[in-house]
Write a protein that binds this ligand. Structure first.
Ligand code: NAI
Ligand code: MG
Length: 793
């Protein structure tokens, strides 16, 4: 034992282990294996067991079954049976259960923290100070939503039975992020923890028994990817919520395409950590510690690409190297450790292989001078220098405690580097100049931006990605909406197939209406354009006669339209006031030509009450014009001394595929909310009644809508929809068509994981403002960016 004098000399830390005797006793009692938790009871563990390993000691600490289809089915049936009663409870009653969960977690914080550390390898400091307190916070916050759900979300109902699949990096926290909003909204749950870290979920299930949560409301099925696939694919699941790798997210998107299941995906990231030359460099260095060395770097939103302005780069890296020397890696139960074990030996090899790739591609790996424990899955923290955007390690998630680094000169360069990734989960910006920091926050494509901070989370702050980091948000009001449905989401009547197959023969008939432009063109980039293939198709009117021809657009026309939309970036930057004016002007111009539109609609045979449809369309334009500068983000109460802003940002280019019914009203009901929020659209007009589109572009032209903001195509709905779904520059796609078309669109959109909204071939009453108009359309037309801004010294 060193004397106090020696310690004062060396300032060495002695070991400070957290006791795990209570957890050991708990584990010993369950050594034979933990069962699934189905319908309020634990199943017998059975024979096919997965060994649960403490990655720091390589000891087996438990066993769980590998759930098979029958287990999943039993769990789904239990959740289905429990749903009506649970959904019918008052918000107050559901809130009491959630409060009870929160209270019990708090009472047992230390137990859960130690168990999580032993299962995952993360340090006790983090489980004790971050994971478990955030779990309790999440249940408290959502107890509040349960209480308020009727007031705050009128007309909404629970989605139903939710299948939830979570990863191993924050096991209990991810469970809380999934279970709390689902229960608050009145849903029931089948959740699968990661096979690497199932222990705290089982302990949580025991807690549910203790507080008397009704049987079947939460079911936990253990298992691996196959078990997860069985949950996602189960026919009686209404919603799938997944957190994990982008690859698996894509698999699930394709697997459930066309099923009508609601889906939220929280996937990988390669988040930039941007240090400007006016940053507090010491603060930024501490930021790196929390960005990439937090949780062994196994963090989806880790600041894994450090971007430093050239003038301070050398100084910054010197400081970082110094700071790295003080990091302590070792026994995660030791309260003085900064870094514990990564989750498994397999994950360690994955990390090591990527580090080798980085070196082989020419980058230099700087590692902390630490001595790693002889046993266990430990990885030395570090950072690469000499990395370029093209390097593998700059593009793929290492998911270990190593960042890449790059330098930049100007703000513009920083933005370009930051956005040079397929992901868009988070970003961290360091600058003492609030103007610059916020400018970067606005220009970075990421769902969460921390200014002078990193990896901050709160139950009230929406979290989730742009681009291939997924879609949907967890936390706060946006998170609740992922677990709620509207009447219009319920299965309506199936939509009839388009009334005619496109024909390519030249039109020889005579139009019913002499003033109709009988060879309607496409509208691309603010100009009328002939269809690329030079083809058109015959349009049949009310009396069954040909009334004109419309351009038969092809893939090339879609690409041209997307390109034109991509150039019209100014639209997202003008003020809401300006956009509102343009929308009012559009309403006014429509109104001046109401008789002409009514006549055309009547001739099309698509609208029994043509005049009403035009009138409703005008009203709708007024409604969205009114919303432009009112559909606001919010300032959310999170941590003290932070302003946390949620901003509704446009996607960029959206694809819109309009249905046949109410062809004018439905087309504009889709285009207006999208452009109101600053998106540009490539819209495919009704296949059967396309001539309305040709009239519309004359109105667009006279309404000061800049070229490229609205592009109108006509032709074969599903051919055009597929091209839009596959196009990487289309960020979101709304599709109204057939059931098969919805499946096709959802499957094809998995490439860049675009946000899709398809109606599964079900009719919606566009005339009813509750179905054809509303905040839901606006919400679907934007993505929430959460910006954290600290204040004070
Ligand atoms: P993973 O994505 O395979 O695992 C996450 C969860 O999905 C687990 O519960 C797993 O059992 C389940 N799963 C796997 N295949 C499935 C399928 N076909 N259908 C339904 N569920 C399925 O991640 P994994 O393999 O553990 O880690 C590989 C890499 O993924 C990591 O190195 C990291 O880069 C990334 N990752 C990202 C996470 C994030 O939060 N963004 C979390 C975990 C991993
Ligand atoms: Mg484990």
């Amino acid at each position: 034992m060193p004397s106090i004098k020696d310690i004062m000399q060396t300032m060495e830390y002695g070991p400070a282990p957290e006791s795990n005797s209570e957890v050991r006793a708990w584990l010993d009692e369950r050594a034979a294996g933990l069962g699934h938790f189905i319908n309020g009871r634990f199943t017998a563990p059975g024979d096919d067991l997965i060994e649960v390993v403490n990655p720091a000691t390589e000891e087996v600490i438990g066993r769980v079954p590998k759930g098979v289809a029958a287990d999943v089915d039993a769990a789904v049936r239990a959740a289905r049976a429990a749903l009506p009663k649970w959904a019918a409870l008052s918000g107050f009653e559901r809130a009491r259960y959630l409060y009870a969960i929160a209270r019990h977690i708090q009472k047992r914080e230390r137990f859960f923290a130690v168990l999580e550390t032993m299962d995952n390898g993360k340090t006790i400091r983090e489980t004790r100070d971050i994971d478990i307190p955030l779990v309790a916070r999440h249940f408290y916050h959502h107890a509040g939503w349960a209480e308020l759900v009727d007031d705050e979300f009128p007309d909404h109902t629970p989605v139903g039975v939710c299948g939830q699949i979570i990863p191993w990096n924050f096991p209990l926290l991810m469970l809380a992020w999934k279970v709390a909003p689902a229960l608050a909204a009145g849903n029931t749950v089948v959740l699968k923890p990661a096979d690497l870290t199932p222990m705290t979920a089982s302990a949580f299930a025991e807690l549910l028994v203790e507080i008397g949560l009704p049987a079947g409301v939460v079911n936990i099925v253990h298992g691996d990817g196959e078990t997860g696939a069985a949950i996602a694919g189960h026919a009686d699941i209404d919603k799938v919520a997944f957190t994990g790798s982008t690859d698996v997210g894509r698999v699930i998107r394709r697997q459930i395409a066309g099923s009508g299941k609601k889906l939220s995906l929280e996937l990988g990231g390669k988040s930039p950590f941007i240090v400007l030359e006016d940053a507090d460099l010491d603060g930024a260095v501490e930021g790196v510690v929390d960005a990439i060395w937090f949780n062994q770097g196994e963090v989806c939103c880790a600041g894994s690409r450090i971007l430093v302005q050239e003038g301070v780069a050398r100084r910054f890296f010197e400081k970082l190297t110094q700071r790295m020397k003080t990091l302590r890696v070792g026994d995660p139960l030791d309260k003085t450790m900064d870094i514990g074990a990564v989750v498994s030996k397999k994950q360690l090899s994955r990390i090591e292989a990527l580090l080798e790739t980085g070196k082989a591609e020419g980058a230099t790996l700087n590692v902390a001078p630490v001595e790693l424990p002889k046993r266990g899955a430990f990885c030395a923290p570090g950072f690469f220098t000499g990395t370029a955007s093209s390097h593998t390690v700059s593009q793929v998630e290492i998911f270990g405690p190593v960042a890449t680094t790059q330098t930049f000169r100007t703000l513009g360069e920083a933005v370009a580097l930051a956005n040079d990734t397929r992901y868009g989960l988070a970003a961290s910006v360091w600058s003492e100049n609030v103007n610059r920091a916020i400018e970067l926050a606005a220009r970075v494509k990421a769902g969460v931006v921390w200014i002078n901070g990193t990896n901050m989370f709160d139950a009230a702050a929406p979290f989730g990605g742009y681009r291939e980091s997924g879609f949907g948000r967890e936390g706060g009001r946006s998170g609740m909406l992922e677990y709620l449905a509207l009447p219009a989401d319920k299965k309506g009547k199936p939509r009839p197939a388009p009334t005619l197959v496109p024909q390519v023969q030249p039109f020889t008939g005579k139009a019913d209406l002499p003033e109709i432009d009988i060879t309607a063109k496409l509208y691309i980039g603010g100009k009328q354009a002939r269809a690329d293939g030079g083809q058109s198709y015959t349009v049949i009117g009310k009396s069954g006669q040909a009334i004109g021809q419309a351009g038969l657009a092809n893939r090339k026309d879609v690409r041209n339209a997307v390109e034109a939309a991509g150039k019209a970036t100014g639209w997202g930057n003008v003020t809401g006031h300006n956009r509102a004016q343009v929308l009012y002007f559009l309403a006014e111009n429509l109104s001046q030509r109401r008789a002409e539109f009514a006549a055309a609609l009547a001739a099309s045979g698509a609208s029994p009450k043509a005049e009403d449809e035009v009138e409703l369309t005008i009203r709708r334009a007024f409604w969205y014009a009114a919303q432009v500068d009112k559909f606001d983000g919010a300032v959310t109460a999170t941590k003290s001394r932070h302003v946390t802003m949620t901003v509704n940002e446009p996607f960029g280019t959206m694809g819109i595929v309009a249905p046949d019914e109410a062809p004018l009203l439905s087309l504009l009901s889709l285009i207006l909310p999208a452009i109101a929020l600053g998106n540009r659209v490539v819209a495919v007009a009704s296949q059967s009644h396309p001539l309305i589109a040709a009239r519309l572009y004359q109105v667009l032209e006279t309404s000061d809508i800049p070229g490229g903001v609205v592009n109108l195509l006509t032709g074969d709905r599903d051919v055009l929809a597929r091209t839009l779904a596959e196009h990487d520059d289309v960020a979101a796609l709304w599709y109204c068509g057939s059931e098969e078309g919805s499946a096709m669109v959802e499957k094809a959109s998995a490439g860049n994981l675009k946000s899709t909204w398809s109606d599964n071939g079900r009719l919606r009453d566009w005339r009813d403002p509750k179905q054809g108009q509303g905040r839901e359309f606006l919400r679907r037309a934007c993505q929430v960016k959460t910006i954290w801004l600290p204040y004070g010294e």
